[in-house]
Design a protein around this ligand. Sequence first.
Ligand SMILES: [Zn+2]
Length: 114
Amino acid sequence: MTTEEKQMFKTIIEEEIEKLSDEVQSIQKALYPEKGKGPSDKVAHLNFKLDQSIHIQRYEEATKRLNRLKHAYLKIDSPQYGICQECEEPIPMERLRLMPESMYCVACMEELGL
Ligand SMILES: [Zn+2]
């Protein structure tokens, strides 16, 4: 991978981290409404509970991905970035562009059941 390509992935990761951090914050707001802004009656409360479980799921997914992105960001200057941790082949650029936090190629990820 060239320095330019690394720089490009750095920018992609920075943008993704920013987007996800915003998402995590807005989910947190939805999960913990301010006083007086919570559900007002029984039906609203039920809907609120339903929404909560969706928010919690989204929150967990977003924070997990955020951690993977931060990890990738720290590793981007090392020669290991963009190399599959299993077969040690370069991960295709197209895949990295969509998922810059990838640590495995598609074949290995499927084999490892990730
Ligand atoms: Zn692989």
